[in-house]
Structure formats: structure tokens, C-alpha cells
Design a protein. Structure first.
Length: 354
């Protein structure tokens, strides 16, 4: 194996995602104040409205969260694929291997995905089912609220948690990475301590101040078609109560040695990693092997809870596998390492032509 080559550390963010009509490609250590993907190409008034509308229809936009503690892992999202919208909360009992899903598809104009995380919110509501993420990163705070009244064999659900992401509590990974000169992936990820409550039916789940964690994923991508990527993530509180976790992605970005989202978090420190590949020799429900060419990343994901969402005959419009399960192995960054044995998280294998 070759020696690992690590990407440079994130730098201070630009004033906006797009400046003078150009994406500000790079990897940053804090929020970008203005998220303006529709301004790519400048402001030629003859074609400006049509160009903006076309670019907006191509954007895949969502704000997602993962959160939990030693016993539970919860995923939720406000998702706008432009062809359809979706709100969801999925609660997984790690040890029982059970999954409860509250989800509804909706017309895209009826939900809102924030563009920027400084005093904003992402939210969607259908009847009495609502999901809202309150972004107050300028105040070092993230709020997640969701409610479902239940129906038939689906229990009611109430979720209210608050995460802390002050300068000494969390590290930010903000990427503006190129699919081409004028098409980019913007993503803002942060792992942070969290406390709050989840109620499922008559059962109360409390996320204690010293054991709860959360992962924020704000995402706006002008993806090629079809859109494809592999993604795995997990987080936990270690014995000292420090949040630690990882994010690993194999996607369609140009020059992944320079531009990738691969990193480990340990408290308020973030460490970047080389590009990785994901292999599934036994298919999406067998073991996943996540590695780089140097051996810096060598982990295995074993799914224990299945989750899918396919669209169209023969999965022609969307093929999506998102199992939950356990990780083992080790990740070696340039100045830190993370043993992932016993970490629980999620993986995604996604192909979408919608």
C-alpha cells in the first residue's frame, strides 16, 4: 500500500457560496453566511430568470439530522428533490434491531429547506405531521422538533432536542466541491452534543446531557444525472462524554484527493481523510467494506436493520438502500485516529434519475 496523502485542513469560509457568478470551491471550517446557488453565471437580465428557474429545478436540497444515544439512533429530514418533497423521522432501537418510520411525500412547494444556517429553519407539515429544524449556528445552537399523532398501527411520536455547537463544542465541515466548473455540491456537516426527548407512543426516551449526540447535514447539490453516491456515517459519546464519529462518502466529485467529505470528528476537532471506495460483495444487506488505497481507512459495516425507498418500475427512477447497523475497524487521520468498533450508524447506496 502507498502512504496516505491527506487533504489540507479546512480554511475560513468565503462571504457567499457564489461570488461574482462563480462557485467558491474549497473546504471550510465554518458556516458560509450566504447560500446563493442560483447566482452561478452572473446576472445577465435577458436569460437570468429562466436560468435561475432551470438551476433551481436541478438542485437536490435537504436538511437532515441523525441523533441518538447508547440505545437509539434517529434519522430525520426535510427533503426537496424538486420532483417530489418528503419529510421523515426514523427511530431505530440499536439493540432490539427494530425500526419505526414516520414519513410522507408531499408537493415540493409545500416544504422549505433553508439556504444558510444562521437564523433559519427547514420545515414541512402535512396535517398533524410536522418536522422542523431550527438553525441558530450563529448562537451555537441547533433545535429539532417533530410530531406525529399516530394512526392505526403507527404509534404517535414527539421529538424535541437541542444540540450545542459553540466554538469549543463542535467542528464544522463545509464543502463546496465541483461536479464541473458550474455545478457543485455544497454541504455543511457538524457533529455535536445533544440533549432532549423522544416519545414513541407511551414510551419516553430521554437523551441525557452527557450521552446524546447529533449530526447535522445541510445539503444542496447540482448533481449530474443520474445522481449516485455511497455514504456511511456514525457517531457516539465516548467514555469521557466526548462526541466522536466519522463521515465517509464516495460520490461524483472531481479530484476526490483534494475535494472530499471524508473526516473524523473528536470533540471540537476535525481531521480530513483520503478518498475511499465502498464495496458490497454480498449486496446491500451483506457486509460493506469501506477503504482507501493506503489503509488509513479500513472499516466494515454490518447491516442489521433494512430500509429502502425505490421509485418506478424496476427501480428505474430511484434505487435507494439505507440500512442501519454496526461498524468495526479503524480510521487513521494525519494527527488522530478513531477505533470504530461498536459504533452504530447508517449507510446509503443511492442512484436517482428523478
Amino acid at each position: 500500500m502507498s502512504l496516505p496523502v491527506y487533504p489540507p485542513s479546512p480554511v475560513a469560509p468565503p462571504p457567499a457560496l457564489v461570488v461574482d457568478g462563480q462557485y467558491q470551491f474549497g473546504t471550510y471550517d465554518g458556516p458560509i453566511p450566504i447560500i446563493n446557488p442560483l447566482d452561478v453565471g452572473g446576472t445577465d437580465q435577458r436569460f437570468h430568470p429562466l436560468r435561475r428557474a432551470n438551476r433551481n429545478m436541478r438542485l437536490k436540497e435537504w436538511e437532515a439530522f441523525q441523533l441518538g444515544d447508547d440505545d437509539w439512533f434517529v434519522l430525520g429530514a426535510v427533503y426537496n428533490a424538486k420532483a417530489l418533497g418528503l419529510i421523515q423521522v426514523i427511530a431505530v432501537n440499536k439493540h432490539a434491531g427494530t425500526l419505526t418510520r414516520w414519513q410522507v411525500k408531499m408537493p415540493p412547494p409545500t416544504l422549505s429547506v433553508a439556504r444558510g444556517l444562521l437564523g433559519s429553519s427547514s420545515r414541512g407539515r402535512v396535517a398533524d405531521f410536522r418536522v422542523e429544524v431550527g438553525n441558530h449556528l450563529d448562537r451555537g445552537r441547533l433545535d429539532v422538533d417533530a410530531h406525529h399523532p399516530g394512526k392505526r398501527d403507527l404509534p404517535s411520536m414527539g421529538l424535541h432536542v437541542t444540540g450545542r455547537c459553540g466554538p469549543d463544542e463542535a467542528a464544522h465541515l463545509v464543502v463546496v466541491h465541483p461536479f464541473s466548473a458550474d455545478r457543485a455540491l455544497y454541504s455543511h456537516k457538524v457533529m455535536l452534543p445533544m440533549a432532549g426527548n423522544l416519545v414513541i407512543g407511551g414510551d419516553h426516551v430521554g437523551f441525557a446531557e452527557d450521552r446524546g449526540f447529533a449530526i447535522l447535514d445541510d445539503h444542496h447539490g447540482d448533481y449530474p444525472r443520474p445522481m449516485r453516491y455511497d455514504w456511511v456515517t456514525a457517531a457516539r459519546r465516548n467514555a469521557a462524554g466526548v462526541v466522536e464519529g466519522f463521515n465517509l462518502t464516495h460520490n461524483q466529485i472531481l479530484d476526490p484527493a483534494q475535494f472530499n467529505e471524508n473526516a473524523i470528528w473528536i470533540g471540537d476537532q476535525l481531521h480530513r481523510l483520503p478518498p475511499v471506495t465502498v464495496e458490497r460483495p454480498q449486496g446491500p444487506w451483506g457486509k460493506w467494506l469501506i477503504r482507501d488505497t493506503s489503509g488509513a481507512v479500513d472499516i466494515t459495516f454490518t447491516p442489521t436493520v433494512r430500509s429502502t425507498m425505490h421509485v418506478g418500475p424496476g427501480k428505474v427512477l430511484a434505487e435507494y438502500y439505507a440500512p442501519y447497523g454496526w461498524y468495526e475497524g479503524a480510521i487513521e487521520a494525519e494527527h488522530a485516529s478513531l477505533n470504530v468498533d461498536g459504533m452504530f450508524g447508517v449507510g446509503e447506496q443511492k442512484r436517482i434519475t428523478l
